[in-house]
Design a protein around this ligand. Structure first.
Ligand code: FE
Length: 229
């Protein structure tokens, strides 16, 4: 059996929001999917250890914001590598209160969906929450982000067959070392820099200011290690 076959499944990337009383939370998920159209029904798979899991159980509602292809890594990292137990993840983020009174993140979203829980399925580490669609809007016509694009291009693990890799080869650029975040495995590629974090393309890792942090998880520069090629 080759479990790499699982990596060929296609997914998007979403911010799943919920509430517990007046407390709000949101997290990144790649497993939001429509399961029937009559009535329109959504499913989302959430890790039992996540705060959002607790919130959906309690309020029986959830929202899903469909992220745009150009969503900054830091935005995804904020919802993916931080816990709502430590910080208010929606502070400084644009969101609306939907029909379900759950928070619906609108920053970097091309559309959103809201559902009221009808069933839950215990699948061990995760619960699959199933809900009837009660709200949905298209925000803009930008291209949605896919999970594959996020992993292969945005996080720097670009395969040799990717157009971006070939382009770099053609440029015959100098061999500046790549560095990997030991916390989240984000790869800093000097050719790409970190424009969202104010680091211009072509900046060697060594020249990045010391107060720069990992754009995905927020780890300090000192948490990075050189990738030996
Ligand atoms: Fe990181």
């Amino acid at each position: 059996m080759n479990t790499k076959a699982l990596h060929k499944l296609g997914y998007g990337l979403y911010i799943v929001g919920s509430r517990k009383g007046k407390r709000f939370n949101g997290q990144v998920s790649n497993t939001v999917f429509q399961i029937t159209s009559q009535p329109p029904t959504l499913a989302v798979s959430i890790n039992k250890e996540n705060l959002t899991h607790q919130f959906i159980r309690q309020s029986k509602v959830f929202s899903a914001s469909i992220l745009a292809k150009d969503t900054p890594l830091a935005f995804i990292g904020h919802f993916g590598f931080k816990s709502g137990r430590d910080i208010d993840k929606l502070k400084g983020i644009n969101y609306i209160i939907g029909k379900t009174k759950a928070p619906v993140v609108t920053d970097h979203a091309v559309a959103y969906l809201e559902a009221r829980l009808t069933q839950e399925v215990d699948v061990g580490t995760h619960t699959i929450f199933i809900g009837e669609l009660v709200g949905a809007e298209v925000i803009n016509e930008d291209e949605p982000l896919t999970y594959a694009y996020y992993h292969l291009v945005k996080r720097g693990t670009t395969p040799k067959t990717a157009p971006s890799y070939i382009l770099e080869e053609e440029k015959k650029t100098s061999k500046m070392a790549k560095y990997k975040c030991t916390v989240c495995e984000y790869v800093y590629d000097p050719e790409l820099g970190d424009p969202d974090g104010g680091i211009a393309p072509g900046t060697p890792f060594e020249k990045i200011p010391d107060d720069w942090v990992c754009p995905v998880c927020g780890a300090a520069k000192s948490e990075f290690e050189k990738i030996e090629e």
